[in-house]
Ligand binder design. Structure first.
Ligand SMILES: Nc1ncnc2c1ncn2[C@@H]1O[C@H](COP(=O)(O)OP(=O)(O)O)[C@@H](O)[C@H]1O
Ligand SMILES: [Mg+2]
Length: 228
């Protein structure tokens, strides 16, 4: 099976080599959990491997993403070059519309051969719908469209809680091929970052809750370590 290496330290071991190619993964987490950083590094590592990536931001401006990621990951210093030569493209659509997102994706697959995509976040799109039913319907249609494209994507979803036992099953949990949860766990006097692969169709994977850190060199997932 073809796999897409996330390139994030420790993550591909947990995925038995990477995300199965062509699958669509949801990345869950509360505010500040590290979703944007995780997605950006996924595209950065891909760009370094010669797999162009597209970051569709629905929340922050492209300038904000670039500025924040440069300060989060100062050691990934060739980010500017990768953006300049379109190995890593960041786009903010004019409208909060999944059809628009799909069109941008199709266009960049044809014109730029992108292999990896990020949509940040589904929650922004959900908020643009009056009812949950309309959102569900549109998300289903969007996913069937995505499945016809030769791209491996991560879509972020804003979780309403950072507590592991309060995590609800949202619609995205059922329709997406994979789910990775990021937590900012509350400990007595500090917060601890942890993640788990909740589901990943088409591959065996670790089911451990493991600590991770956001470092200037990139995210580090401490496979095999316990969360304290
Ligand atoms: N250089 C850094 N080292 C450690 N942590 C950082 C660094 N830069 C940013 N962070 C942390 O990353 C968090 C932001 O992560 P982000 O990926 O934007 O989260 P999300 O998209 O889930 O809201 C910040 O709240 C901060 O705690
Ligand atoms: Mg974010």
């Amino acid at each position: 099976m073809d796999r897409v290496q996330t390139g994030i330290a420790g993550m591909d071991d947990m995925l038995n080599g990477g995300i199965p190619a062509g699958r669509h993964v949801a990345l869950y987490g509360g505010p500040g959990a590290g979703k944007t950083s995780f997605c950006f590094e996924y595209l950065y590592r891909g760009a370094k491997l010669g797999e162009p990536g597209l970051y569709i931001t629905l929340e922050e401006t492209t300038e904000d993403i670039i500025e924040n990621m440069k300060s989060t990951f100062p050691m990934l210093s060739d980010t500017t070059d990768l953006i300049a030569n379109k190995s890593l493209e960041i786009v903010k659509p004019d409208k909060l519309d999944l059809e628009d997102v799909a069109n941008i994706l199709e266009d960049r697959i044809t014109s730029n051969g992108i292999k990896r995509a990020v949509i940040d976040s589904a929650t922004m799109i959900r908020m643009s719908f009056a009812t949950e039913i309309e959102y569900r319907q549109t998300l289903f249609e969007f996913l069937s469209l995505l499945r016809n494209l030769d791209v491996t994507s991560i879509t972020t979803v804003e979780a309403s809680t950072s507590k592991r036992d309060e995590m609800k099953y949202d619609i995205e949990h059922f329709v997406m091929d994979g789910i990775i949860n990021l937590y900012n766990l509350d400990r007595e006097d500090r917060r601890v970052r942890a993640l788990e692969i909740f589901k990943m169709r088409g591959t065996d994977h670790s089911r451990d809750l493991v600590p991770f850190k956001v470092t200037p060199q990139g995210i580090k997932v401490y496979t095999g370590e316990k969360v304290f």
